[in-house]
Design a protein around this ligand. Structure first.
Ligand SMILES: C[S@@+](CC[C@H](N)C(=O)[O-])C[C@H]1O[C@@H](n2cnc3c(N)ncnc32)[C@H](O)[C@@H]1O
Length: 189
């Protein structure tokens, strides 16, 4: 956590402090943000699709729960969470499929709960080379359910790290039954 920016830690802490129920750290990597949440008094558990990350998180933070799984098919019950933290874990999703994890987040978050997404901002949806695999920048305007539809009209942008909160709503995203489960970032699996 020492390498994270103080403003990021303050943002996550402030966001989590207002939540009534446990928080899922979706795409938790080695689990440092899950531990940060739990250490600050917010019950939290993590989930990631990379076995090595989950193993490392379990070893580093043995008192916390870490699940191996996909943001597109969460093990959590409907409405059981105060919030979901997706800290730079959606950046690799193909724009056309971004609705799947967002729909799943909306399912598990209780009404009035919170979703905090860390991502790279740009003027339009744009693919760029990330250290691990390709990632996407997203504009900060618009609601989550407008992102997939508008993606085809977006073409280029300027880079800038960005954090933002977005409202969640059970009805804001439509589930597409043809979306495969966890079909993103195959190189990470
Ligand atoms: C850029 S890392 C961020 C990790 C961590 N949130 C952090 O801030 O250090 C992206 C993480 O998202 C995970 N991830 C990507 N796609 C995922 C998916 N569909 N379901 C669960 N985890 C996913 C990756 O395995 C990776 O650990």
């Amino acid at each position: 956590m020492a390498r994270t920016h103080p403003s990021d830690r303050a943002l996550v802490r402030h966001w989590a402090d207002g939540l009534a129920r446990p928080v899922l750290d979706a795409g938790c990597g080695p689990g440092q943000w899950t531990d940060f949440l739990a250490s600050g008094g917010t019950p939290a558990h993590g989930l990631d699709l990379v076995p090595d990350f989950v193993a490392r998180a379990r070893q580093q933070y043995p008192s916390l729960r870490f699940d191996l799984g996909c943001s597109e098919a969460l093990p959590d019950a409907t409405g059981s969470l105060g919030g979901v933290l997706a800290w730079y874990s959606l950046i690799h999703h193909e724009p056309d499929a971004i609705g799947l994890p967002l729909t799943e987040f909306a399912r598990v978050i209780q009404p009035g709960g919170g979703l905090l997404i860390g991502y790279f901002e740009g003027a339009t949806v744009e693919k760029f080379d990330h250290a691990v695999t390709a990632a996407y920048r997203w504009p900060a305007d618009g609601s989550p359910d407008s992102w997939p539809r508008r993606a085809s009209r977006w073409s280029r942008r300027t880079p800038a790290p960005r954090r933002a909160t977005v409202p969640t709503g059970r009805s804001s995203l439509a589930v597409r039954p043809d979306w495969p489960i966890c079909n993103q970032s195959p190189s990470l699996r």
